[in-house]
Design a binder for this molecule. Structure first.
Ligand code: NAD
Length: 258
């Protein structure tokens, strides 16, 4: 009997911001499911180390997502190394935490440039190659902050709502070419981005979410791998919240005023 084929066998995916955190977990999961990955990041030492640890199915390329020329080079690298491009995970991002009144215009623009313009560049960079490959899947990493209004996230929240909207525009424009575009909305997840704000992994450490805890990078990776796979062949323009119920509604304790 032939073994069951791996769901991402034959897929070649660029993961932006894949040097660490969620992006590194996505890269690992893609490879575990049979795919190959080009990690693109500005943290060259971390990115090279992550690709080295992932082995033969991984490469690293320097990629600042705000620069369209660097996206072109990343796509060229994927094709040169692995023969095609079938997926892009637009994951690179930065976060900020300030009240609108105290945020600066410079900071607001910087967050939009990386978190939203970077996704615009990533979507555009992949289209021609995916068309040649007969289709593909683009997964845009938005946030729970792209599903609801979270305080202290002015630039971040605006960028993540923008990613959600841009996803739907790209989905309808590219659907006929079999290029699917979906967004994933992680809740509070333990990574180098969130570690400085003092969250901790483990049960009961995040009472604001109905599940009562923060997520792990591995718990977000399954949604990304699913959307990249042919199991999601009829899904485009969708948004998957992976947030322990955070955006579904308040907790029982909050509802009871406890
Ligand atoms: P992280 O800081 O650990 O990783 C982000 C990566 O993006 C880093 O490797 C960083 O170098 C890279 N990056 C930053 N600017 C870049 C640029 N201009 N070009 C290329 N790469 C760049 O953060 P993370 O928690 O892994 O976040 C990954 C994504 O998930 C982000 O888009 C973030 O907004 C989103 N997200 C995270 C959480 C969470 O709780 N951790 C929740 C919701 C959404």
């Amino acid at each position: 009997m032939n073994p069951t084929p791996q769901p991402l066998s034959g897929k070649v995916v660029i993961v932006s911001g894949g040097a660490r955190g969620l992006g590194a977990a996505f890269a690992r999961r893609i490879i575990e499911r049979g795919g190959r990955v080009v990690i693109g990041d500005i943290l060259d030492d971390d990115g090279k180390q992550t690709a080295y640890e992932l082995g033969d199915a991984a490469r690293y390329v320097h990629l600042d997502v705000t620069d369209p020329d660097q996206w072109t080079a990343a796509v060229d690298h994927a094709i040169a190394e692995f023969g095609s491009l079938t997926g892009v995970v637009n994951n690179a991002g930065i976060s900020t935490g300030a009240l609108i009144e105290q945020d600066t215009l410079e900071n607001f623009r910087k967050v939009l440039d990386i978190n939203l313009v970077g996704v615009f560049n990533g979507i555009r960079a992949g289209i021609t190659s995916m068309r040649s490959a007969g289709g593909g899947s683009i997964v845009n990493i938005s946030s729970a902050a792209g599903l609801t209004g979270l305080p202290l996230t002015s630039g971040y929240g605006a960028s993540k709502w923008g990613v959600r909207g841009l996803t739907k525009v790209a989905a309808v424009e590219l659907a006929a070419e079999r290029i699917r575009v979906n967004s994933v909305h992680p809740g509070m997840t333990y990574t180098p981005m969130t570690a400085p704000i003092g969250i901790a992994e483990g049960e009961g450490n995040y009472p604001g979410a109905p599940m009562g805890r923060v997520g792990t990078a591995d718990e977000i990776a399954g949604a990304v791998a699913f959307l990249l796979s042919d199991d999601a062949a009829y899904m485009t323009g969708a948004e998957l919240a992976v947030d322990g119920g955070w955006t579904a509604g308040p907790t029982v304790a909050q509802t009871l005023g406890q």
